[in-house]
Design a protein around this ligand. Structure first.
Ligand code: ZN
Length: 403
């Protein structure tokens, strides 16, 4: 299971409606705890029945989606179950006696009460709480998953706004240990990338030989007579060269991406769509461009698979800013070294890679992936039995409490 988080954008009235839904979920949870205290020995089924009667009694409970009510019941029951568990195991000290919540910060929906827009960049809450349609802001692409894989949707209130979390069931996820390392990557033309530690990954040799062979085959095509059999053959040969290069490129991007992801908790890179808008285009760069897109695709793929955070940052100023003092140092594309008035001198790409990492670390928490650790315990446990660990700034692991 992974959790993908997006910032929710809506109107103030919608945020008020989210608050109201969170309050209702807390009400249902506290009512269940009360019911258990008054009637020791009640089971989860009794609590479900309680949910039903609460819905009959209070219109504001009825307004919340019924499975969201159930989710609240399940949260309450899991804290009751944990208490019994601790008693049975005769844990010394605190047994985590279920407490009433006063300041819940989230409400959890199951597979109903919400729907995603066609492009999956908006979510509409369809129960009677009046939350309505929220825009989802984040670098994750929900199109990557089947709707059936989304097991829960959670609305979370934080100091800086509201967030939507999707609990996605991913089968091929590999359990990995945190590495304690973060990295920024600056993709370039001279090198495949330069990282924030100053390491440069060279372009593979087939980039150069490939370009040469492409040009050669292209010339061959243009020299043949139009609509001739020979031209057809030449076009086919050109197509084969293209195909071979694209396969090599794919393999290379995949290998490098897996390697980078496995050895870091957080990987930052530029959002290349934006980068290409500000960059001059010419034929010789075509292989690099395609290679970077594949590289990014594989970074995100392995990021999900290995539970790492990947962040695409806006590339504006990353190559101009001084990573030491923050000053803007204007330079042309051919200037290879960053020289700042503060006395800081560094390879241009290395400096950019550091800036990319800094930018990512300042925005993470808004975008990224969260690991579910089934072995962890704590009051923040939700019904899917897992504390959410988030890889935060400085890549230390912190427990976040969704409730
Ligand atoms: Zn400086």
């Amino acid at each position: 299971m992974i959790v993908l988080e997006f910032k929710a954008k809506g109107k103030t009235t919608q945020y008020t409606a989210i608050d109201e839904a969170i309050r209702t979920a807390q009400f249902v949870r506290n009512k269940s705890i009360r019911f258990w205290m008054d009637n020791r020995g009640v089971g989860q089924k009794d609590l479900y029945r309680l949910s039903k009667s609460l819905r009959g009694e209070f219109p504001f409970v009825k307004a919340l989606n019924s499975s969201a009510c159930q989710a609240s019941i399940e949260r309450a029951y899991s804290s009751i179950a944990r208490f019994y568990d601790n008693c049975k195991k005769s844990v010394v000290g605190k047994k985590a006696y279920p407490k009433f919540k006063k300041n819940s910060r989230s409400v959890e929906y199951k597979t109903s009460g919400w729907s995603l827009s066609q492009d999956r960049k908006q979510i509409t809450f369809t129960d009677k709480k009046g939350i309505g349609k929220l825009k989802l802001k984040g670098t994750w692409d929900l199109n990557f998953y089947q709707i059936e894989q989304i097991k829960r949707v959670r609305l979370v209130r934080r100091a800086d706004g509201y967030y939507v979390q999707f609990l996605v069931s991913v089968d091929n996820k590999v359990e990995t240990q945190p590495t304690g390392k973060t990295i920024g990557l600056d993709v370039g033309l001279k090198e495949f990338y330069t990282d924030s530690n100053g390491h440069s990954e060279p372009n593979p040799r087939f980039y150069r030989t490939g370009e040469k062979r492409l040009k050669f085959r292209q010339r061959r095509v243009s020299r043949k007579k139009r609509a001739s059999a020979n031209r057809k053959k030449a076009i086919n040969k050109l197509g084969r060269v293209h195909l071979k290069i694209s396969r090599q490129r794919e393999e290379h991007a995949k290998r490098i991406a897996r390697c980078v992801i496995q050895s870091h908790d957080l990987v930052a890179y530029e959002d290349l769509r934006i980068k290409n808008l500000v960059r001059n285009h010419c034929l010789a760069k075509s292989i690099n461009d395609a290679g970077w897109y594949q590289f990014r695709k594989w970074l995100e793929y392995f990021g999900v698979k290995f539970g790492r955070v990947t962040v695409a940052v806006n590339p504006a100023y990353t190559s101009l800013e001084c990573s030491n003092c923050g000053a803007i140092v204007k330079k042309s594309l051919s200037t290879r070294t960053h020289v700042c008035e503060c006395g800081f001198v560094m390879d241009r790409d290395w400096n950019a890679a550091i800036n990319i990492l800094k930018l990512a670390l300042s925005t993470v928490g808004h975008t990224g992936t969260w690991i579910l650790d089934p072995n962890a315990s704590g009051d923040s446990t939700s019904t899917h039995a897992g504390v959410i660990l988030s890889e935060q700034v400085g890549s230390k692991i912190e427990e976040s409490s969704p409730l």
